[in-house]
Write a protein that binds this ligand. Structure first.
Ligand code: CP
Length: 301
């Protein structure tokens, strides 16, 4: 069995581990390349709210590494069960059975208590407010590095709900590996409780109310994933922060646009066909990054 360890936040990874994940993902990237590990490992996919990419991505990553993914559902944690149990007990039981457990839950995973209630490696596959989604942020950084390069003068924009879980993890990652400039585009209504930026990232960050993306090299369209906060946003406000063909036409020729997906309405139909919109290539890299996460965090080598 792997030793107990919780990766609930980007902050649970060291700089060295992040660098190793990015370089290992590069080794796994060539299409169809499958590497069997030295030892067989098991992985539980404990997804209690919907997911397409994260669940399927970790399952395929495990299979490519020679692991055995198991879907865990209909848990006794569910209040619909005749005898519900605490999430802590459920996590202790499942992490005691599997080498790695990836979890997505409709509650916030408590950073203080959860690490004391697990017996194997636990990876946060996206929890709820104030949530995080560390694997998605690592995919985003890997895609930026692969598609645009980590140039010293890189100017990055993030547009949408900055409290969205993937964005919270991405901001923590940029705190550790800051770009030359970061511009945040988000509605004033959603600014309450925005994640605090570390000093090095705060020094290069500015906020812009206007959706003018003309000076960014990489635009991360995080959009407005469905949460009680963002569902109150009106159509006009969503439209004000969407990537339309006309806004895209004012962007640099060598800019790229990424998205953690799913895309709801933050990228219009006539913008998404532009070759600068690279979200499907970004998504195609995700299995390699998740393989690297399992490899590095699960200490599979
Ligand atoms: N980006 C992401 O987390 O997608 P899923 O919700 O489909 O897993």
């Amino acid at each position: 069995m792997s030793e107990a360890r919780a990766v609930l936040s980007i902050d649970d990874l060291s700089d060295d581990e992040i660098r190793r994940i990015l370089s290992t993902a590069g080794e796994y990237l060539p299409e169809g390349k499958r590497k069997l590990n030295k030892r067989r490992f098991s992985i539980a996919l404990l997804f209690l709210t919907p997911s397409t990419r994260t669940r399927a991505g970790f399952a395929e990553a495990a299979l490519r590494l020679g692991g055995a993914p198991v879907d865990v559902s209909a848990l006794r944690w569910d209040s619909g069960m005749s005898t519900p149990e605490s999430l802590e007990d459920t996590l202790r039981i499942i992490t005691g059975m599997f080498d790695v457990t990836v979890v997505r839950v409709p509650v916030s995973l408590d950073r203080e208590t959860i690490p004391h209630h697990i017996a194997g490696v636990l990876v946060n596959g996206g929890d709820s407010s104030p949530g995080e989604h560390p694997s998605q942020a690592l995919i985003d950084l890997f895609a930026i590095r692969s598609l645009r390069g980590l140039e010293r003068d890189l100017r990055i924009g993030i547009c949408g709900d900055l409290m969205a879980r993937s964005c919270r993890s991405l901001l923590r990652l940029f705190d550790r590996f800051p770009p030359a400039a970061l511009t945040l585009f988000s509605p004033p209504e959603l600014r309450d409780g925005e994640p605090a930026l570390g000093p090095s990232l705060a020094a290069v960050t500015s906020e812009r109310e206007e959706a003018d993306f003309s000076d960014v090299d990489v635009l991360c369209m995080v959009g407005f994933p469905a949460t009680p906060r963002s569902t109150s946003l009106g159509f006009d406000m969503r439209n004000r922060y969407s990537l339309t063909h006309s806004r895209l036409s004012r962007m640099r020729d060598d800019a790229i646009v990424l998205s953690p997906m799913p895309v709801i309405d933050e990228i219009s139909a006539d913008a998404r066909v532009d070759p600068r919109v690279r979200m499907f290539e970004q998504s195609d890299m995700a299995v390699s990054v998740r393989m690297a996460i399992l490899d590095v965090i699960g200490e599979l080598r």
